[in-house]
Structures are given as C-alpha cells and as structure tokens.
Design a binder for this molecule. Sequence first.
Ligand SMILES: NC(=O)c1ccc[n+]([C@@H]2O[C@H](COP(=O)([O-])OP(=O)(O)OC[C@H]3O[C@@H](n4cnc5c(N)ncnc54)[C@H](O)[C@@H]3O)[C@@H](O)[C@H]2O)c1
Length: 261
Amino acid sequence: MAAEPDRHVGKVAVVTGGASGIGRGIADRFAAEGARVVVADRNATALAEVADALGDRAHAVPCDVTDEAQVDALVAEAADRFGRLDVMVNNAGIIQISPVVETAYADWQRMFDVNVHGVFLGSRAAARRMIAQGNGGVIVNASSGAGRRGVPNIAHYCATKAAIIMLSQSLAVELAPHGIRVNCYAPGHIQTPFWKDIADGFAAVTGQTPDQVIDAFKSTVPMGRFGTPGDVAAAVSWLATDDAAYVSGQAIAMNGAEFPF
Ligand SMILES: NC(=O)c1ccc[n+]([C@@H]2O[C@H](COP(=O)([O-])OP(=O)(O)OC[C@H]3O[C@@H](n4cnc5c(N)ncnc54)[C@H](O)[C@@H]3O)[C@@H](O)[C@H]2O)c1
C-alpha cells in the first residue's frame, strides 16, 4: 500500500534498529506519512546516513538496546527533541546460525540480551513516558514466524521471538487501562542484510551454497518471493493508526502465505 502522507502528522515515533532493513523501512514509512521519527541503532555510521536521507523529520540517536541507561536516554531524548512519544517500535534484533550442541552459553545469552531484554527495556521506557503523558500510545515489537515454529539451527533465535509474542500479549493486557496498545509483527522471509548472515550460516551448517540456502527458503513461500521491508512497514504503520484502535496483543504475520499463519 502506498504511503498516506498525512496519516501520522503530529506523532512522534522511535524505531530501534532503524539503520538497516525492516527498521529503516519502518522509519521511512513513518516519516513519509508525516511523523517525526527518532531512529536508533548501535551502528552509528549507518544511522547517520539514514537520518540524513530522512531529513528534518528525523533525529538519530546512537543506542545499544541492551544498555538500560542508553534506552531510557533514547526515549527521554525523543520526547525532549520532539515534545512527546506516540509510537515505539522495538525492532532491533540479531540472528546466529548454530546447532544447539555447538551453541556457547554466551551466544545464547547475547541472543536474549538483544532480542528480548532490549524489547523489554524499550517497552518499559516507552510505557513510562506514555503513561505520564496520559493519552495512550502504541508499542510494536519485532517477533518472527520463527517465534511460532521450531527451526533447526536457530533454537535460540526461535526462543527469543516466541518470548516477544508473550511479552507483547502481557504488556497489551497490563497497559490497556492506559490506552496503550501493544502488538508485534511476525514476518516470514524479508529481504534485508540479515539474510547474508542467515545464508552464510546455514551454508556452513548444511554444506549448501548461500544461493542454495536462499532458494530453499524461497521455495517454502507460496507467493514465491521474499517480502520487502515495505511489506512489514505498511502493517506497522496501520497498527499505529486509529483504524487499529481495537487491535492489541496480536502477532501479525506478513509471510506470503507461508505456514504458520
Ligand atoms: N529479515 C527477516 O526475514 C526477518 C524475519 C522475521 C523477523 N525479523 C526481525 O526483524 C528485525 C529487523 O531485522 P532486519 O532483517 O531488518 O535485520 P538487519 O540486520 O537488516 O537490521 C537490524 C538492525 O538492528 C541493529 N541492531 C542489532 N543489535 C542492536 C543493538 N544491540 N542495539 C541497537 N541496534 C542493534 C543493527 O545494527 C541493524 O541496523 C529483527 O528483530 C529480526 O529478528 C526479520
């Protein structure tokens, strides 16, 4: 769906992991639809390029979402800069391809630090701000189709993305009295730089070439193609509108009709 230029005028959105892939697509979409966007990422160089491309509507904040103080400061800076916070998109995430028996405990913990603890910190900081503002808000968190089914060689990733669904459902119930809606997106295969790590990692484990890995994943998608960051961003943007006023606690898939729905 094409961007609707006036859809988010007057709103302020924060997008973590906004320097690449899906996060960048979400930041682009919110800016194109009139929001002021605070883009956060641990990759300061890529972040500066994205903020430049977005222009006056955007503000870049280098931030590691695993650092409690940095995440609290991110939300405070967004509100200081643009006056309020309406939408928090906890998008930053990592993946690693590793059979369970070869997975170091430190790698397991790192996966949870970024993919789960980072979302907790971002949700908590946003909820505190939104409750103080007193007129509701929207939180959207990054899950995955891999949070709904087991996938070999990424057990730790799957576990983090399942945790995000339950974290988001629990937040939705707890924050509903404050008018704060919490949902997550559960994409299938979306073409982003993430897939370089996935293709290389599965190739190392399976003996396929990276191209064969990509073709194998593509062959599981009934629509026959990978999704785009824009496919995810369109749904996230909708979740932040009043058209989604009665939608909370959901994990919304965009996956080309791939199982699980
Ligand atoms: N691409 C897919 O097929 C797919 C599918 C399902 C879910 N997802 C989820 O969508 C989200 C975005 O994925 P993507 O494909 O755009 O990945 P990506 O690698 O293109 O972008 C991720 C961004 O997050 C940033 N990041 C990583 N760790 C961070 C940290 N600790 N603090 C701050 N920023 C950090 C990276 O620097 C990068 O800019 C992730 O949570 C991912 O798990 C992706």
